[in-house]
Design a protein around this ligand. Sequence first.
Ligand SMILES: *[C@@H]1O[C@H](CO)[C@@H](O)[C@H](O)[C@H]1NC(C)=O
Ligand SMILES: *[C@@H]1O[C@H](CO)[C@@H](O)[C@H](O)[C@H]1NC(C)=O
Length: 385
Amino acid sequence: MPRNRLQRSNFLCILIGIVIFVIIFVVAGSLALYWCSEEEVEEPDVPPSNLVELPDCQCPPFKLMDQDDIRKNTRGQYLRNLQTWNPIIEHNTEYPCWFNIECQAVPGVSSYFTILFRSNGNPIYINRVINNQSTFVPQPREIGDFKCAQHTDGSYQWHFHNYPMTDVGFACQADVDSCHCPHIETEDPKGVGVQRRFREAPDQCYLYTAYCDTDDYYDVYVPFLYSKHTVIYNGPDKHNTFYDDLICIKEDSNVFNWYYSNKKLEDVDIKCGTIAEEFRIERVCSCEPFTVISKIEKLAKYKHSRVWRYIGQELGENSWKEDGKFNITCDEGFTGVVFSDNYDPIVLSGNYITCAYNPLSNDLHMWVVDSIRVINPAGGCFKKL
Ligand SMILES: *[C@@H]1O[C@H](CO)[C@@H](O)[C@H](O)[C@H]1NC(C)=O
Ligand SMILES: *[C@@H]1O[C@H](CO)[C@@H](O)[C@H](O)[C@H]1NC(C)=O
């Protein structure tokens, strides 16, 4: 009997051992599985909420820029003090890289811009709303000449006018300070006339339509927006000139300044003048003239510090002419360089230069060079370094 009992307890012992073993195995196994599966869940990158990924599109996600991102954006930081909020980006699964963009009003703000940022260029204004109403076509907006394409290094990048942009981001930014900005002078012996657009908008002073009725026998007068170091010409319509890129910005010092696109202005006035006087040529098309640098002296008007290194350099033959869309072609050993009032010198990539529609209005045009919007550009062929 005792032997039997011993056998039974032996058997029980083994059974309990097996049960405990199985329990430990199951618990440890499932713990391990749980741990592993948790690792797995964490692995696919869940995009941070400030990235907008277009599924099935090979181009990088867009960043929704906040004020801190804008402060760190080299070419866009002049916009850092504007109230900023996120746009809505809509896409269509049928066309993976297609999207449109909309900025909706936020409390207390009825006038604002939709702005594109990137790390390799200045911001582009996409849409302007005044008093809750888009000044051009209604939102949501698409962007002309904007596409996903393969870069020369094989990667997919967003392209604007056929040139790759890096780290593309979007933001909505308030435009409510214009009545704090310096007075825009419109006293003019040549008789510029101005009319306030959007009279009902309480946050918009100096948003004018300008016109000139003072033709004399020889000359046609058109409105120009003058600043200390630049003159803005906005197309040939002398009875209906307006400046949608003009924005009032508060600096860190609490001083308010006018900017035209990314160009800071000083002592702003609107006056009538002639194309011949301003540009020393007979006539221009939709954009201001694109000057050929035939003599190094022509660089003197460009104030950017990086212009200086071109002043002592050898200038090549310019075998190109400005057109709506053109290339700067240079002799062997020389390369095209573009200078402007709002950007440092751009060494050309071989992409074309174009006088394109301004996204803010089909009545406005802008020069685009390697995706950069340039004001009063001039180009020339310089000896390759
Ligand atoms: C603009 O729209 C917002 C939100 O719909 C509203 O609160 C605001 O009063 C509107 N502003 C004007 C000037 O109509
Ligand atoms: C400019 O040059 C490029 C590259 O050589 C060429 O593909 C393009 O057609 C040219 N564009 C114009 C407008 O001449």
